[in-house]
Design a protein around this ligand. Structure first.
Ligand code: NAD
Length: 482
């Protein structure tokens, strides 16, 4: 099949005329944007064009200290004393203002992070609002969340997030913490701070009492200062397994509670009896959504032998139709890789995959000359021990293996240090239940993939972390129960 000639789309770029990005942003501490103590800033870059969007404060231990003190005062004097129904009203207000500014937030998310506007517009931003709405509802119903127990807030939560879903991860962290009566200090990832700073504007405009939410931008060192600050009661971290291990060591022997949402290497399993065309769409979405910068990406595909050739052919055909390019164009399926560092990491792992004997396939699609790009990629002829089968690549790279029996695929799927997510495609309900109950992962989707909802808990087994975010389970790490 030749798709390049028959599938032409006219450009459909989102307009950015109305977007206001300041030249410089300070930290958001005690309800105000404030200059960093040491006066240093760093650039945040548009990965699709390699242009500087803004400069943000480079946080140090002194800035973190100011933010934690503001959060403590707000906790002691205001937030923990406020009636829960009033707290709920503030959280609702944040949710509604996210909706009001949805278009602006989507565009800035795509500019700063490189993800297609279709995804930031239809997934990241609506889900961020949905998380605030959902947890606003719990604020005055904590007695029903934990029947027979009395839920009390922990105090100040230190929250650290990655760059793959910047606004959504901020919502996952801030909404349940506030609903349970805690105050927070959040540190966004260094490559994608802008939507968190726009959220700070929203929080300020909502008249949230000063100090209830503080946002300190900066590198990993600012994150480490937050984790190690004696004034926090809880750490909520989402990021890589390597950093998760450092944090876990730092917290050992302290009274701080913690949740760790870490990396993944999910198995997406296709049985012969699956609806194959539907499964192919699910595989494509599972690995190429958000350029594969997804902790729960279906990055290992297991296809039952009888349909392997057919599935691989259909996958290659479908990959030919994917449009890689301008994140702000509504036709785009795969946007820019988030940063030069991440692009180099993907390239290095793909090279190892080729050197280890894997057969690589990439469509011949056009990619822009400037910016950070990587074509959608699949590998066949890989072994269970191949590095690209074992390690999280966090890019648009799929490793395909085959299997014959249910027992064999369960064994192979679980043969990784991770356990975050998985997918099963079959028309037999009994097989769905058998396989999904044996996969050691926090979420297993059946005949679908990458479905998220604020009411549903999310989190990992093994080296994918501990604790759950989302749903009722997501409240539990922010309370002590009497
Ligand atoms: P990362 O671990 O490098 O960074 C995450 C955050 O931690 C950033 O804000 C960073 O500045 C900060 N940080 C770095 N070193 C630190 C330290 N020593 N102490 C405290 N904070 C520190 O991860 P990343 O590259 O930004 O994100 C990608 C990773 O996140 C992937 O492994 C992905 O699977 C994982 N992730 C997991 C989930 C989940 O829910 N399980 C969700 C999204 C992403």
């Amino acid at each position: 099949m030749k798709f390049n000639t028959s599938w032409q789309y006219d450009p459909s770029p989102e307009s950015i005329d109305h977007i206001v990005i300041d030249k410089e942003y300070g930290h958001f501490i005690n309800g105000k944007f404030t200059k960093p103590v040491k006066g240093k800033y760093f650039a945040t870059v548009n990965p699709a064009r390699e242009t500087v969007l803004s400069h943000v404060a480079d946080g140090t231990a002194e800035d973190v200290d100011k933010a934690v003190k503001a959060a403590r005062t707000a906790y002691d004097k205001t937030w923990s004393k406020m009636p829960a129904s009033e707290r709920g009203k503030y959280i609702y207000r944040i949710a509604r203002m996210i909706q009001e500014r949805a278009r602006e937030l989507s565009i800035i998310e795509s500019l700063d992070g490189g993800k297609p506007i279709r995804e930031s517009r239809d997934i990241d931003v609506p889900l961020a609002a949905a998380h605030f709405f959902y947890y606003a509802g719990w604020a005055d119903k904590l007695d029903y969340a934990f029947p027979g127990r009395k839920a009390k807030p922990l105090g100040v939560a230190g929250q650290i997030i990655p760059w793959n879903f910047p606004l959504l991860m901020a919502a996952w962290k801030i909404a349940p913490a506030l609903a349970a009566g805690n105050t927070v200090v959040l540190k966004p990832a260094e490559t994608t701070p802008l939507t968190a700073l726009k959220l700070a504007e929203i929080i300020r405009d909502c008249d949230l009492p000063p100090g209830v939410v503080n946002i300190v931008t900066g590198a990993g060192t600012a994150g480490a200062s937050l984790v190690n600050h004696p004034g926090i009661d809880k750490v909520a971290f989402t990021g890589s397994t390597d950093v998760g291990k450092i944090i876990q060591k730092a917290l050992a022997g302290t009274n701080k509670k913690y949740t760790l949402e870490l990396g993944g290497k999910a198995a997406n399993i296709i049985f012969e009896d699956a609806a194959i065309d539907q499964a192919v769409e699910g595989i494509i979405n599972g690995i190429f959504f958000n350029q594969g910068h997804v902790c729960c990406a279906g990055s290992r595909l297991f296809v039952q032998e009888g349909v392997a050739n057919n599935v691989i052919r259909k996958l290659k055909d479908r990959m030919e139709t994917l449009i890689v390019g301008d994140p702000l164009d509504k036709n785009t399926d795969i946007g820019a890789i988030n940063s030069k560092d991440q692009l180099n990491k993907i390239k290095a792992l793909v090279k190892i995959g080729v050197n280890e004997g894997g057969q690589m396939y990439q469509p011949n699609c056009a990619i822009p000359s400037k910016g950070y790009w990587f074509r959608p990629t699949l590998f066949t002829d890989v072994a269970q021990s191949s590095k690209i089968v074992q390690e999280e690549i966090f890019g648009p790279v799929l490793a395909i293996q085959t299997f014959r029996t249910v027992e064999e695929v369960i064994e192979k799927a679980n043969n990784t240090p991770y356990g975050l997510s998985g997918g099963v495609w079959t028309d037999k309900g009994s097989k769905v239940f058998k396989v999904s109950s044996k996969i050691k992962a926090g979420v297993v989707w059946a005949n679908t993939y990458n479905k998220f909802d604020p009411t549903s808990p999310f989190g990992g087994f093994k080296e994918s972390g501990m604790g759950r975010e989302g749903g009722l389970h997501g409240l539990y790490p922010y309370v002590k129960l009497a």
